[in-house]
Design a protein around this ligand. Structure first.
Ligand SMILES: Nc1ncnc2c1ncn2[C@@H]1O[C@H](COP(=O)(O)OP(=O)(O)O)[C@@H](O)[C@H]1O
Ligand SMILES: O=C(O)[C@H](O)[C@@H](O)[C@H](O)[C@H](O)COP(=O)(O)O
Length: 165
């Protein structure tokens, strides 16, 4: 089993591209933001970045939901900004996690967050998101300042070209 984790900072297109990819592959899509406890949503809504202690239970909830799903492939939209989060996903998921990082220049992220329709994460979160994002060397890094359908195609091609270990 494989979970394709579409990762990146707020505004990078995880939800948009992840949903498109899941539709294309005809596999389940999981939106990481749907699993936050209310206190995390309140914090993010205030423009405050989450701490490691805030993220741990959130990632556990996501992992449990995915582990209850027997689909051979699933797509998860989850920021997974640092190695602690990615390691927790790898440890807790029964499936193999394969990370793809949507790499978008900060000025484009800001533009998207300023124009995104109602969402609890706004542009004031961006600074802490960029500070939290690490090199994510294990991820497939996709330059993502281009149309979402092209990105979904690129990820589907990557999955097919490099099957799971
Ligand atoms: N490839 C893209 N090109 C232009 N705009 C995009 C692209 N992907 C997403 N968007 C837009 O940018 C905003 C943030 O996208 P979203 O999918 O919510 O990102 P994330 O889930 O990473 O926070 C949304 O308004 C969305 O419509
Ligand atoms: O889609 C988004 O706009 C982001 O993903 C946003 O909702 C937030 O960044 C995380 O869900 C919080 O978690 P992190 O602080 O770990 O990114």
């Amino acid at each position: 089993m494989t979970v394709i984790v579409v990762m990146g900072p707020s505004g990078s297109g995880k939800t948009t591209v992840g949903q498109m990819l899941a539709d294309r592959l005809e596999v389940p899509f999981y939106e990481g933001d749907d699993f936050h406890p209310p206190e995390n949503i309140a914090k993010i809504s205030r423009g405050e970045g989450l701490s490691a202690d805030d993220r741990r239970p959130w990632i556990s909830t996501i992992s449990k939901a995915l582990n209850a799903d027997a689909a051979p492939i699933s797509v998860l939209a989850c920021s997974a900004l640092n190695a602690v989060v990615r390691d927790q996903l790898c440890e807790e998921l029964r499936a193999e996690a394969r990370f793809v990082l949507l790499d978008v220049p900060p000025e484009e992220l800001l533009r998207r967050l300023q124009t995104r329709a109602a969402h609890f994460a706004g542009p004031d979160l961006l600074k802490s998101q960029l500070e939290a994002l690490d090199a994510a060397e294990e991820a497939y890094r996709l330059p993502a300042d281009r149309p979402a359908d092209q990105l979904a195609t690129a990820i589907a091609d990557w999955i097919q070209a490099a099957p799971s270990s």
